[in-house]
Design a protein around this ligand. Structure first.
Ligand code: PMP
Ligand code: GLN
Length: 379
């Protein structure tokens, strides 16, 4: 058959996790915690199943969960969101992003994407016949070059994709970025896809710049979230999308004939557990401690830190000790040093190699120590 995605291979996350397993390497590549999720939350799933919540729930998501998500959005971001018309529960954040793009993109549309970019974005745009307009984040702090965005916007620009906190770099948007974004989209029909799956993984006392805070941006946004990130259960593949009533109406037309509805007992459990605010309010300090420990451990290696302010990733440059391609180094570290990472070039459509690797620090202290120990002998 003629491929619809001729340039796409197997995602780097699968490639590196398979290699890590083959070589019994410590896996700091694909982003997932190696510590247990909350017992209280798994018990609530058990309870929901025993109480008979085992059939389809509402296609837009278990109603009580949607209500509580709106209460949370109000408390955290002062947002007035209607659970009936503006929230849809999805099988993960990736699906929420794909569905948002599929809802609005047509062949010929342009979508502004910042690189490095989470690896699903560009194929998601291309499979809809639209064109990604690639803008590199500014190395090494990975800030957005807003003048370049202004220069690239034209009549075909359908959407701007943002991701804060940012995977893979850990960059977070600031208030001045929101002002720039606002001035670019004002009086245009440009939509925003805001990937906020790491909303609670944000450090150094920086507030999360959610689109939910800004009614004028919200009315043109699809905002995507993931319970997998918030509750340490990436294998649950459960998330949600919040949008304006008009956009969400169209989103649901796509959703109803793709997934229809998501895992019922887990939605019932989260609807109860979400009232435990401490579970998410404690995340910044919990993960910042891990970031700080990891950074301190890494200072004994020849890698140079590119500081992360959010997500559970930190990137490191190796320009000062090697000029081998990042993919080669990532493979060599897995095979010879027993530690798997993600080569940053995987997040660029044209494989740009800045000699940077991404490390996931959402791991037990012993895992981080064991992993970095292996790197101290590196040269
Ligand atoms: N966006 C980004 C930036 C991510 O890192 C992830 C993590 N996989 C997702 C979306 C999707 O999350 P989920 O596992 O819920 O699909
Ligand atoms: N979001 C995770 C990461 O960036 C991986 C998700 C996936 O494997 N698709 O590592």
């Amino acid at each position: 058959i003629q491929s619809k995605l001729p340039d796409v291979g197997t995602t780097i996350f699968t490639v590196m996790s398979v290699l890590a397993a083959e070589h019994k390497a410590v896996n700091l590549g694909q982003g997932f915690p190696d510590f247990q999720m909350s017992d209280a939350l798994t018990s609530l799933v058990d309870k929901a199943m025993k109480n008979g919540f085992n059939q389809y729930t509402h296609m837009n998501g278990y109603p009580l969960l949607r209500e509580r998500l709106c209460e949370k959005a109000h408390k955290l971001y002062n947002a007035s969101i209607d659970p009936e018309t503006q929230v849809t529960v999805t099988p993960g954040g990736t699906y929420a992003i794909y569905t948002s793009l599929t809802t609005v993109l047509r062949p010929g549309d342009e979508v502004i994407v910042f690189e490095p970019a989470y690896d699903s974005y560009i194929p998601n745009i291309e499979i809809n016949g639209a064109t990604p307009v690639l803008i590199p984040l500014q190395f090494p702090d990975y800030s957005i070059p807003w003048d370049e965005v202004r220069a690239k916007v034209n009549g075909k620009t359908k959407m701007i994709m943002i991701n804060t906190p940012h995977n893979p770099t850990g960059m977070v948007l600031r208030e001045q970025d929101i002002e720039q974004l606002r001035s670019i989209v004002a009086n245009t029909g440009i939509l925003i896809l805001s990937d906020e799956v790491y909303e609670h993984l944000i450090f150094d006392n920086i507030p999360h710049q959610s689109m939910l805070r800004y009614p004028d941006l919200m009315e043109r946004s699809f905002v995507c979230f993931s319970f997998g990130k918030t509750y340490h259960c990436t294998g649950w593949k459960l998330g949600y999308c919040i949008s304006s009533p008009a956009l969400m109406k169209e989103f649901r037309k796509v959703h109803q004939f793709n997934c229809f509805s998501c895992d019922t007992p887990k939605q019932v459990a989260v609807a109860e557990y979400i009232r435990n605010e401490e579970a998410y309010l404690s995340l910044p300090s919990f993960l910042q401690q891990k970031r700080d420990l990891f950074r301190e451990l890494m200072s004994a290696t020849p890698f140079e830190c590119i500081p992360s302010h959010g997500s559970y990733f930190e990137c490191y440059s190796y320009r000062n000790f090697s000029d081998e391609p990042d993919k080669d180094l990532a493979i060599r570290l897995t095979k010879e040093y027993g530690i798997a990472t993600i080569p940053m070039s995987a997040f660029y459509k044209h494989g740009q190699d800045n000699k940077v690797l991404r490390f996931c620090f959402a791991k037990k202290e012993e895992t981080l120590r064991k992993a970095v120990e292996k790197l101290t002998t590196l040269r």
